[in-house]
Design a protein around this ligand. Structure first.
Ligand SMILES: Cc1cc2nc3c(=O)[nH]c(=O)nc-3n(C[C@H](O)[C@H](O)[C@H](O)COP(=O)(O)OP(=O)(O)OC[C@H]3O[C@@H](n4cnc5c(N)ncnc54)[C@H](O)[C@@H]3O)c2cc1C
Ligand SMILES: NC(=O)c1ccc[n+]([C@@H]2O[C@H](COP(=O)([O-])OP(=O)(O)OC[C@H]3O[C@@H](n4cnc5c(N)ncnc54)[C@H](OP(=O)(O)O)[C@@H]3O)[C@@H](O)[C@H]2O)c1
Length: 649
């Protein structure tokens, strides 16, 4: 960060001498200064949008590299959303005609390309933790206190150097130095436990900005420099999967084996020959269950209600399934959603068992058929249940004899006992029970009781409590008591089907427009009313899931809603007549953010159309079924049955 942008503060309350140095970030002419916390996918797109409009942005990132959760995930992580569905609309790999699933390392390289292209690295201060956020009521500035020297344990991604470095350096760091460090780290983790080693291990790494060798030591933070910066706006991009949610299970105190949360799971080898219980069947549970089943003597997975609605990564023809996460499907009205799902499940089960399906083995067919059977059994669809977009635990059931329990249980010293009387003897438990939202910097002892907003009577701890439920923020982004986009949250809307980073892109575009004065938010009271309305809608729609996963949204409804506010909804009617090929792709190919670049302030129709030209359409059978439902609902709505009105169609 260039020193020249930092000037002596002119705040109403000068800091006391014992307080950290105070830095007022200089505003560019008629623009804002913005603090972004976190350089995961959300922080990167947020920075890109604000910088593109000329605002002064500083990003604080605890880790020494970009990428957030993908810099901590387990060894065999493969995204469940394909390369097309996860893409940002202004950074293309040119491979839209060949959608694939990124590994975490592939996706980190994608994010690196994005960050390089838009010069985002220049704005980031790495190894810098935001420890406290306060507010100066006299100047309406956010006071962001940071501390340098943050510790990050070594992960494969630590040694994955950005593409700007020479192949020689990248190979040396990754294959020689990184491999050696990781081997040593995991040897120790095996003896002492990953949870114990991950916060104490000292090692050398290569700085991802300068390429220089550095030392990572857990005690460096003790000598870290503390500073407080003053900003006009605050963007919180700290991730919805950062804080593990580990409930206490009945009888847990009696259990003698190991019990970890999925955030501490890295490799299946640790479970070689053991009997392992996996709790929870979201995407972590499903992936991890299948990995462990390849090493363990026996695995069981338990769901207390219903597992996520299952969609395999790939379908019978070997193409990525989320090409079917398209506008045609999600334009269907909610009242028809479960029927659309029901028809699709039957058709796909039939095709899996009887259809041609190039290159599919008998095992693949059985897995696909089992997915249909399990979804039908619990009577869920992609319209009413969060998704488990990987077939992991079903593969484990079909190929490795993993048991599925759908029952409450309690633990005893060496087993889980289910309510139906069955038991599973086990040595280890992996709780894949998801994550919770937490914002410790608003709860720091110095700020938790100080007033942040005089009129609304908000204290730090009130903000921390409020934002644990993203639905209390307008469009899950804007804190309603700060109506000029002074406080925003990015990445906290989780689409039931669909991808988080593109949602963050849309949130960032809207935030940037409000920051720039190009869009006005409703009044605080109106925003609060609208939040209640949106919440009621999602709770009606997703029921229990919307209460547990507070940010759960419908991908299309959510991004269309943001697009409508910004005036960038795709002009479907016009396109149908003027560019029928683009319209066709828009309806039947993966639901990507390029569609919002066809008109309005972010328009770049040439780029959007070029992407659609390449992007393949979804599965013929599935598209035909969803189209038949959509046309029927349109006709019904036109003859007066308003409940059947399609969404934006
Ligand atoms: C194993 C796994 C696989 C996933 N796969 C997919 C997928 O296929 N598709 C999909 O859409 N989503 C997936 N997700 C969800 C994933 O969380 C999002 O895709 C994405 O990471 C969201 O990015 P983010 O920037 O909002 O949050 P994060 O990636 O969590 O980034 C938050 C950043 O904030 C930093 N930070 C936090 N607190 C502070 C602080 N106080 N000071 C400074 N920095 C701080 C963190 O270090 C981190 O870098 C997956 C999640 C997991 C756990
Ligand atoms: N490969 C990938 O792309 C990948 C891998 C992992 C995670 N992710 C992403 O990361 C996010 C988190 O996924 P996740 O699987 O970790 O969490 P999740 O989707 O929230 O699923 C949590 C699971 O744990 C269960 N659970 C929660 N509390 C429980 C309790 N007290 N007792 C028993 N079961 C309990 C839930 O059951 P109920 O539904 O009954 O509450 C649910 O099945 C998602 O956005 C997901 O898409 C992606």
């Amino acid at each position: 960060m260039a020193e020249s942008t930092e000037t002596v503060p002119k705040l109403s309350e000068p800091p006391k001498s014992s307080e950290p140095e105070l830095v007022l970030v200089q505003n560019p002419p008629s623009k804002k200064t913005v603090c972004v916390i976190g350089a995961g996918a959300s922080g990167l797109t947020c920075t890109r949008e604000l910088v593109s409009l000329g605002h002064k942005v500083m990003v604080f990132e605890e880790s020494y590299r970009i990428g957030g959760v993908y810099t901590k995930s387990y060894d065999r992580t493969m995204l469940t959303t394909s390369s097309v569905l996860t893409a940002f609309s202004d950074y293309s790999t040119g491979l839209e005609d060949k959608p694939k699933f990124y590994t975490d390392e592939d996706y980190l390289m994608y994010l690196d390309g994005f960050a390089q292209k838009f010069g985002i690295y220049d704005h980031i201060q790495f190894r810098t933790t935001v420890v406290k956020v306060g507010r100066c009521l006299a100047t309406n500035k956010w006071l962001v206190t940071t501390k340098t020297g943050a510790y990050t344990w070594p992960h494969r991604s630590s040694f994955l150097m950005p593409a700007k470095f020479s192949d020689e350096l990248r190979r040396e760091v990754n294959e020689v130095h990184g491999a050696k460090t990781l081997k040593d780290f995991y040897d120790r983790a095996e003896k002492e436990g990953f949870e114990n080693v991950k916060n104490t291990y000292k090692y050398d790494y290569y700085d991802h900005v300068t390429g220089e060798k550095q030392t990572m030591c857990p005690t460096q933070i003790d000598a870290g420099v503390t500073k407080t910066y003053a900003f006009d706006s605050l963007c919180v991009c700290t991730g919805t999967n950062t804080w593990a949610s580990l409930p206490r299970f009945e009888g847990q105190e009696k259990f003698k084996g190991s019990l970890i949360h999925s955030e501490n799971y890295k490799k299946p080898e640790v479970y070689r020959g053991k009997r392992v219980l996996v709790i929870g069947a979201g995407e972590s549970g499903s992936d991890i269950c299948n990995e462990i089943a390849s090493e363990a003597a026996q695995v069981a997975i338990v769901v207390r209600n219903k597992h996520g609605h299952l969609i395999p990564r790939k379908q019978t023809d070997g193409r990525v399934t989320d090409l079917n996460t398209n506008r045609c499907r999600y334009s269907n009205p909610y009242c028809l959603g479960d029927w659309v799902g029901w028809a699709n499940q039957h058709a796909k089960r039939f095709v899996a068992l009887n259809g041609s399906g190039d290159g599919k083995t008998d095992e693949d067919r059985q897995v696909l058929a089992k997915i249909g059977e399990l979804n039908l059994k619990q009577n869920t669809s992609a319209f009413s249940k969060f998704g488990c977009k990987n077939e992991g635990f079903v593969t484990a059931m079909v190929t490795k004899g993993t048991e599925l329990h759908r029952d409450a249980f309690h633990l005893e010293s060496n087993k889980a006992v289910f309510r139906d009387g069955s038991e599973f003897v086990c040595d280890a438990i992996v709780a894949c029970t998801g994550y919770r939202n937490s914002f410790p910097f608003f709860e720091h002892p110095d700020v938790r009781d100080t007033v942040f907003h005089q009129k609304a009577g908000l204290r730090g701890k009130d903000i921390a409590e409020h934002v644990k439920n993203p639905r209390l923020n307008y469009k899950q982004v804007f804190h309603p008591d700060f109506p000029c986009a002074e406080l925003g949250f990015f990445g906290f809307a989780r689409p039931a089907f669909g991808s988080i980073p593109p949602c963050s892109e849309m949130q960032s575009k809207m935030f940037a427009m409000v920051t720039n004065g190009d869009l006005k938010l409703p009044s605080p009271d109106e925003m609060k009313q609208l939040c209640l309305k949106d919440t009621a809608n999602y709770e009606w729609r997703f029921g229990y899931d919307a209460k547990r996963v507070k940010g759960l949204v419908d991908f299309q409804l959510y991004t269309d809603d943001l697009a409508e506010q910004m005036g960038i909804l795709p002009p479907l009617g016009k396109l149908f007549f003027s560019k029928p090929k683009v319209w066709y792709k828009l309806m039947f190919s993966a639901f990507t953010m390029h569609q919002y670049r066809l008109q309005g302030p972010y328009a770049n129709p040439k780029v959007a159309e070029a992407v659609y030209e390449k992007q393949p359409v979804g599965d013929f059978l599935e598209c035909s079924i969803t189209a038949a439902f959509l046309v029927t609902s349109k006709i019904l709505s036109l003859i007066g049955f308003s409940d059947f009105t399609p969404n934006n169609f």
